[in-house]
Design a protein around this ligand. Structure first.
Ligand code: SF4
Length: 110
């Protein structure tokens, strides 16, 4: 996740655009991760902090040409999608209409 956020941050720095309903959350996560973790070898405690921070729950989903900025309250991939979606997105059931989607220029399916 830290590597992926680092790569997203690099692409943004090189002028790549981000779109989609979760674009701002993806931008914020990349900036937050860069501030907190960039260039560091993460200790187990830092890894736990990263994995447990709801603002940094960003998952690459190349099969759906998007990034999931996971907020369980908005997830359409879980049957009840009412805020009880669990701690991980179901990337295999990703719905492109979900409010957690964001796309970079290089992940858009054009
Ligand atoms: S439907 Fe897709 S974008 Fe939405 S939470 Fe699930 S995996 Fe993420």
């Amino acid at each position: 996740m830290a590597d992926y956020l680092h790569r997203i941050g690099d692409r943004i720095d090189h002028g790549e655009g981000i779109s989609g309903p979760a674009a701002q959350r993806l931008l914020d996560a990349a900036r937050d991760a860069a501030t907190r973790f960039d260039g560091m070898f993460l200790s187990p405690r830092q890894v736990r902090a990263l994995l447990n921070d709801p603002r940094l729950q960003v998952h690459d989903n190349p099969q759906a040409f998007l990034t999931c900025a996971y907020d369980p309250a908005k997830a359409l991939c879980h049957p009840d999608h009412a805020g009880h979606g669990g701690e991980q997105p179901r990337l295999d059931r990703c719905n492109p209409a979900c409010a957690n989607t964001a796309r970079t220029d290089s992940t858009s399916p054009t």
